[in-house]
Ligand binder design. Structure first.
Ligand SMILES: Cc1cc2nc3c(=O)[nH]c(=O)nc-3n(C[C@H](O)[C@H](O)[C@H](O)COP(=O)(O)OP(=O)(O)OC[C@H]3O[C@@H](n4cnc5c(N)ncnc54)[C@H](O)[C@@H]3O)c2cc1C
Length: 450
């Protein structure tokens, strides 16, 4: 069945034959019978760009969504790779366990979380998703299944963690979850009047708080450049929840989600509208302490289904920039100045602090700061802006994130990821004919473009 597919940003959109095999034997037959000359696995399509689309074939894995076991004594979860983080949380949180780290949406599969080696608001403390994966099984291009862990085929393990589906199909995995005292976060909200102040606050509080994230108004300029609202948090103790909410510590909030029913006209996201929204957001969020349920703290955007439609038919691109700690103030200032002058606006951008890098060959984060921005896609104008931002990243030793990217060139990508040759070598050994490839892997030079 051929379907128009894209990532969450709705750019680019390609017509892709989509396969839905869930049984191991039928996935193997799909590979061996060469029903398509190449293939890429797809989860819930929450990567923003073109990492899970391919005009030859896309293998949708969302129906491989069975839980295989859960040991609630030690928090060890074994499940198929199409299980979503939402399904995991619904099952384990009432038993006192939560995800070891979580992206800003829960509509992500276990396979997608491993392939992108996703991170959350606690990277400076707990690292990435891959660091909590105990093992997984991987179907290779020849149909064989390899058992991988940090000690067994560790090169394949660390090539697959962050490897964006290019080493094979992750079939099932075992994850170490994290023990939590309640389903609430004890949040300290702080306002920072500019970028320098928010960096100081991050530095002062990194040791004190497990979670931290700042929402930045990237349209403010001059002395207010980078003004932000910082949300610092720790898991809320059960007694605090009971005392202040008169609720059971693990009660899950019942919420009614709203939905954007259709694509907005592109003009809805103009600079003026974004400026007004960002200004209001900043003014309404003063310094305070509050108890916030996990859903509102970790997944504020999930309460509006299809929010990506507000960017209209042309879609949008997300640009996530990472700078090393030594250069991040300078690099981010340059980035924000370019954006503020470009006439292209981003809704509130998200700034996070990141800790040490892991062993993933293509894993994104290293010690520093990362800023995620959304730009409505305006053709050449947006492409040129992102190229300018890439230059700033290269100058300051930074990089973009494959799970968000839809534009970076092969030349820039190879300069940003120094272990690219090691990954290519592994890829060649496992998959000499590049059966596993995506529109993105061809674009960034991880596979040879045809
Ligand atoms: C609102 C929002 C907020 C986000 N916030 C964050 C964040 O804070 N931190 C962060 O790190 N990311 C974040 N992301 C990105 C998201 O976590 C990743 O892109 C994730 O990989 C998406 O998972 P998915 O199941 O939707 O996979 P898809 O988008 O469908 O695929 C992503 C990659 O995973 C591969 N893949 C999927 N399943 C398998 C499988 N079974 N075997 C092998 N490869 C597979 C695909 O080939 C592709 O390369 C966010 C995304 C959104 C929309």
């Amino acid at each position: 069945m051929t379907t128009s597919l894209s990532g969450w940003g709705n750019y680019p959109v390609l017509d892709c034959p989509q396969f839905f095999q869930r049984q191991v034997d039928s996935i193997r037959s799909l590979l061996l019978d060469q029903q398509s000359s190449s293939l890429i696995a797809r989860g819930l399509g929450r990567s923003y760009g073109d990492s899970s689309i391919n005009v030859d074939g896309v293998l949708n894995q969302t129906s491989r969504n069975r839980f295989l076991s859960f040991d609630s004594e030690i928090g060890l979860l074994h499940c198929e790779a199409g299980v979503s983080l939402d399904e995991v949380v619904q099952t384990v949180l009432p038993q006192g366990w939560f995800l070891p780290t979580t992206p800003g949406t829960k509509f992500v599969t276990i396979g997608g979380a491993i392939a992108a080696d996703v991170h959350g608001k606690n990277h400076h403390r707990d690292g990435t998703w891959g660091q909590h994966v105990r093992r997984f099984s991987l179907m290779l291009a020849d149909g064989s299944i390899l058992e991988c862990s940090p000690t067994q085929h560790s090169d394949v393990f660390w090539g697959t963690v962050g490897g964006m589906g290019l080493t094979g199909i992750i079939l099932e995995a075992t994850i170490q979850l994290m023990n939590v005292p309640s389903s609430y976060v004890d949040v300290n909200q702080r306002r920072a009047s500019n970028l320098s102040e928010v960096f100081d606050l991050f530095m002062e509080t990194d040791q004190q708080y497990k979670y931290s994230v700042a929402w930045i108004d990237c349209l403010s300029q001059g002395s207010r450049l980078g003004r932000s609202v910082l949300l610092l948090g720790n898991d809320a103790p059960a007694e605090l929840v009971q005392a202040s909410r008169r609720r059971q510590p693990f009660s899950l909030p019942t919420k009614r989600c709203k939905s954007i029913p259709f694509q907005f006209p592109g003009l809805a996201m103009n600079r003026l509208a974004i400026k007004i929204f960002n200004g209001l957001y900043y003014r309404r969020h003063g310094d305070k302490n509050m108890l916030v349920d996990f859903d509102s703290y970790f997944y504020p955007l999930d309460s509006i289904h299809h929010w990506n439609r507000i960017y209209g038919r042309r879609g949008f691109v997300q640009y996530q920039a990472l700078f090393p700690r030594e250069t991040s103030r300078q690099g981010m200032t340059r980035l924000l100045e370019i954006i503020a002058h470009s006439g292209q606006a981003s809704f509130l951008a998200v700034l996070k602090s990141s800790g040490a890098a892991n062993l993933g060959m293509l894993s994104y984060l290293f010690d520093g700061h990362t800023l995620a921005l959304d730009f409505p896609f305006r053709g050449e104008k947006t492409i040129e802006l992102c190229e300018r931002l890439d230059q700033v990243l290269l100058e300051f030793g930074g990089r973009v994130y494959l799970a968000k990217d839809s534009l970076v060139s092969a030349e820039h990508f190879s300069q940003m990821y120094p272990r690219i040759d090691e990954f290519r070598e592994l890829k060649h050994r496992l998959d000499p004919d590049s059966v596993f490839r995506s529109h993105q892997s061809d674009r960034v030079g991880l596979t040879e473009a045809r």
